[in-house]
Design a protein around this ligand. Structure first.
Ligand SMILES: Nc1ncnc2c1ncn2[C@@H]1O[C@H](COP(=O)(O)OP(=O)(O)O)[C@@H](O)[C@H]1O
Ligand SMILES: [Mg+2]
Length: 268
């Protein structure tokens, strides 16, 4: 995309080539009830197009808060977030660009059936009925939900519910996906099911951010590992190198204690 002569794009113009998907600068979040202690403190982070980033940290380290800030669901106390070069608050269609899979998959169910649930997002984009049907169909197929389409989403297993949430995001055409603790309360088939969702989103070139402390399940799919500890970024880099620098106090276990190399940590 060519920029105007002044060099600065007009307000609200996304700059996919020039800017990272997310740019976070000096982000802090302080709650009145937090006794003055920041829940997020001076977080700086660039997330680039097409990467699969793991955001790890112990419970309470600020992962979900950061996700809510990135998705525009929470205004930080201070700091800036840019999406493709544009201040987050000016990105009008953020909800259709950035899809979230919440930790509690039940909180995202909006349809009476699986098919209806997937159709909900594209149905709100002002598309024709046939376009909604086409997007829904392709997400049903891509996420292996054909035989569940007429079921109530509440009857799905935990892994299937997350697959359903991801299918809804795909049907909306979101280019960036953030998953909060996608392995929470899942059995082995559920974990496999979520991993295949992550792999297929990667294959589609989406930018994927996974918030988890269960590194061993997903490390093999990640190109980058960021450690959040008490609201600050403690390390950020290539997974194997970050694991080499892990410190006990950060509350993140090195999965290589049970595996030889980070790249062996795949359940796929
Ligand atoms: N609305 C709130 N008021 C006060 N403190 C909060 C609020 N929301 C989150 N926190 C605190 O912020 C910290 C980070 O929370 P969270 O992002 O949910 O952690 P994580 O997802 O890493 O487990 C926690 O200590 C939590 O108690
Ligand atoms: Mg959380």
């Amino acid at each position: 995309m060519s920029l105007p002569a002044s060099g600065a794009p007009p307000p609200g113009t996304l700059t996919p080539e020039a800017a990272p998907v997310f740019r976070v600068r000096g982000l802090s979040q302080v709650f009145k009830t937090g006794g003055g202690k920041a829940a997020l403190e001076n977080v700086n982070l660039d997330i680039t197009e097409g990467e699969c980033l793991l955001l790890a940290g112990s419970n309470g380290s600020g992962k979900t808060l950061l996700m809510r800030c990135l998705a525009g669901l929470l205004s930080p106390s201070s700091g800036d977030i840019f999406y493709r070069g544009v201040p987050l608050s000016l990105v009008k269609d953020l909800h259709r660009r950035v899809g979230l899979v919440f930790q509690d998959p039940d909180s995202q169910i909006v349809g009476e059936t699986v098919e209806e649930d997937i159709a909900f997002g594209p149905g709100n984009l002002g598309l024709s009925k046939s376009a909604v049907r086409e997007k829904t169909e392709s997400a049903v197929a891509a996420f292996g939900l054909e035989d569940k389409r007429d079921l109530s989403p509440r009857l799905l297993s935990g892994g299937e519910k997350r697959r359903l949430a991801a299918a809804g995001i795909a049907a909306m055409g979101c280019e960036t996906v953030i998953m909060d603790e996608p392995f929470a309360n899942l059995d082995y088939p559920g974990v496999l099911s979520v991993l295949s969702v992550i792999q297929s989103m990667k294959d589609q070139g989406k930018t994927v951010v996974i918030l988890t402390h269960e590194l061993e399940k997903v490390l093999a799919l990640a190109g980058r590992l960021v450690i959040l500890h008490r609201g600050t970024v403690r390390d950020d880099g290539e997974p194997e190198a970050v694991l080499d620098r892990l410190r006990d106090e950060w509350g993140v276990r090195d999965p290589r204690q049970t595996y030889v190399r980070a790249k062996d940590c795949s359940w796929l």
